[in-house]
Design a protein around this ligand. Structure first.
Ligand SMILES: *[C@@H]1O[C@H](CO)[C@@H](O)[C@H](O)[C@H]1NC(C)=O
Ligand SMILES: *[C@@H]1O[C@H](CO)[C@@H](O)[C@H](O)[C@H]1NC(C)=O
Ligand SMILES: *[C@@H]1O[C@H](CO)[C@@H](O)[C@H](O)[C@H]1NC(C)=O
Length: 497
């Protein structure tokens, strides 16, 4: 209202009963200068506190409704409460204030209600005044929100956002998550991906994710976090088409469209359940042995898709073929086992279900990462058909344990072990298991009779590491009786470093 504190003190001095109120108001006006969020809302609250005192003064001067006597206590209580709350808000760091703006807004609304109660005591509050502050408040909420969007989407604020959010306190991780949540919900309000606001939000959010090494709190990516590049898939497997995508406007990603599954309520539920597992695996592994999921999308096309970082080195099979002499095979075999250990370590264990070289990608350092874990379970759950019997999966029969190919076709950690050993053979020979057998049906028959693949004797396969002890280990993994197979922990013990 443009008055100095001295002027305000003088304004109420003639009425001794309002001295305390005037003092509180001065405190509120000072505090108001130090507020970092909800500025418009807070200023309005300050001004209405002033209005309350002016009304009290006028009422006393005109001796209406018995003056201020009856209302004095309520007025002082109300102003004290506002001042205390406001003091609390100024004590918050900028990040904390940001993260608690909804709470602050609610507090402000409650304070307004208390002021209205005081005004009622003078019997002069009118519906007009109530409507007026509410209208004004709604406008201020919008203005404050707009300021937040502008702040979050401004690239020039990136360093400050990172510094304030990852401040090294014990709350840091929680803060990062909450800030990311705010980014995602803001993006959801500004979905137009070409929009400057969306671009800025994406960019700042990407930096936050990259620098904090966390994944997004809401893995249902329905706010334009991912854009498809190109109309056609760049590759695919039996169950999936793979498209290129751009994640948060920055990083190239693989978009994996699950063809066996329609986007609908039940698939959404299933994904939501799965997401907890993804996040937990990420927390434990940080992308060292298992390719992370960045999220899934349900409302972009008829089929849901999953999003993973793009791995330019391709899958394990093409990699060993291209870089045969550069590859450390022992390390690769061990790396794959360590990835499987991450999954089997979970409580309950996560069954991969489709381990083979095509489902293992190679990171920038040449290390293998297990991809698409748990996908088999998702498909099974949503379609109600065992994964092993679903469309196009017969490609994988050469890696499947015999108990998987018959009857119910239950996948288990034991069938993962069987497939792991087939994958080791595949990586060492550069060829699919049972390479001399053309028909998959024949492979299924052979494996169900306990006839494991013939031992390859080529010198290059031996050079890559297939010695007697590894061969013996692989054969144990191929035991017809699942319970006789070693666990992943035993395998890791036995593998040479
Ligand atoms: C506002 O912030 C300044 C600088 O941090 C500080 O010196 C001042 O005491 C604060 N004012 C109030 C009323 O807390
Ligand atoms: C104020 O009004 C009350 C009655 O409403 C009356 O008793 C009192 O004398 C008045 N006081 C003054 C200062 O006029
Ligand atoms: C959802 O899709 C799955 C297969 O993709 C189907 O089995 C199921 O019946 C669908 N549910 C609804 C409610 O449409």
């Amino acid at each position: 209202m443009g008055k100095s504190l001295a002027q305000i003190t003088a304004e109420f001095a003639p009425i001794p009963g309002l001295c305390l109120g005037a003092e509180l108001l001065c405190g509120i006006i000072e505090l108001c200068e130090n507020i970092t969020t909800n500025k418009h809302e807070v200023r309005q609250l300050r001004d209405r506190c002033h209005h309350l005192l002016l009304t009290a003064k006028e009422s006393e001067e005109r001796n209406v409704s018995g003056g201020i006597k009856n209302a004095l206590q309520s007025i002082n209580d109300c102003l004290t409460d506002v001042k205390t709350k406001m003091h609390g808000w100024t004590m918050l760091s900028k990040t904390q204030a940001f993260l608690r703006q909804a709470e602050i807004k609610l507090d402000i609304e409650r304070s307004h209600a208390a002021i209205s109660d005081c005004l009622t005591k003078f019997q002069i509050i009118s519906q007009v005044e109530i409507n007026q502050w509410q209208e004004e408040f709604a406008m201020n909420v919008k203005l404050d929100h707009q300021e937040i969007i502008e702040y979050l989407s401004e690239i020039a604020n990136q360093q400050e956002i990172l510094r304030l959010t990852m401040d090294g306190t014990h709350d840091s991780v929680k803060q990062v998550k909450q800030m990311m949540e705010m980014f995602q919900s803001t993006m959801n309000e500004n979905k137009h991906v070409a929009d400057r606001t969306h671009v800025g939000l994406s960019s700042n959010l990407y930096q936050l994710q990259f620098q904090s090494n966390e994944i997004l709190p809401d893995l249902h990516l329905n706010s334009g976090e991912v854009q498809r590049i190109g109309q056609f898939p760049v590759s695919g497997t039996a169950a999936m088409d793979i498209y290129e995508g751009l994640y948060l406007g920055r990083e190239k990603v693989a978009i994996k469209v699950v063809r066996a599954v329609n986007s609908n309520e039940s698939s959404l539920r299933r994904f939501r359940r799965e997401v907890k597992v993804w996040a937990e695996i990420w927390r434990l592994d940080r992308g060292k042995h298992v390719l992370p999921f960045y999220g899934f999308c349900q409302n972009d096309g008829p089929f849901p898709y999953m999003v993973s970082p793009w791995q330019p080195n391709g899958n394990a099979l093409s990699y060993v073929k291209t870089y045969d002499h550069k590859v450390n095979y022992r390390q690769m075999i061990k790396g794959i086992a360590l990835g499987l250990k991450v999954l089997h370590d979970m409580e309950p264990p996560v069954v991969h279900g489709d381990i083979k070289a095509a489902n293992i990608v190679i990171d920038n350092f040449g290390h293998p990462l297990l991809a698409d874990f748990g996908l088999s379970q998702i498909v099974e759950d949503i379609t109600g058909i065992p994964f092993t019997q679903s469309r196009g999966v017969s490609d994988s029969y050469r890696w499947f344990a015999p108990e998987v190919c018959v009857g119910e076709g239950r996948l288990s950690i034991m069938s993962d072990i069987y497939a792991y050993a087939m994958t080791v053979l595949e990586v060492l020979t550069h060829q699919q298991p049972y390479r001399n057998i053309k028909h998959t049906t024949e492979v299924v028959i052979k494996s169900s009779l306990g006839q494991s693949p013939a031992r390859p004797m080529e010198p290059e396969v031996v050079r890559r590491g297939l010695d007697d002890s590894l061969w013996a280990l692989l054969n144990k993994c191929w035991s017809l009786e699942a319970s006789k197979r070693p666990t992943i922990y035993q395998i890791i013990e036995l593998l040479p470093s």
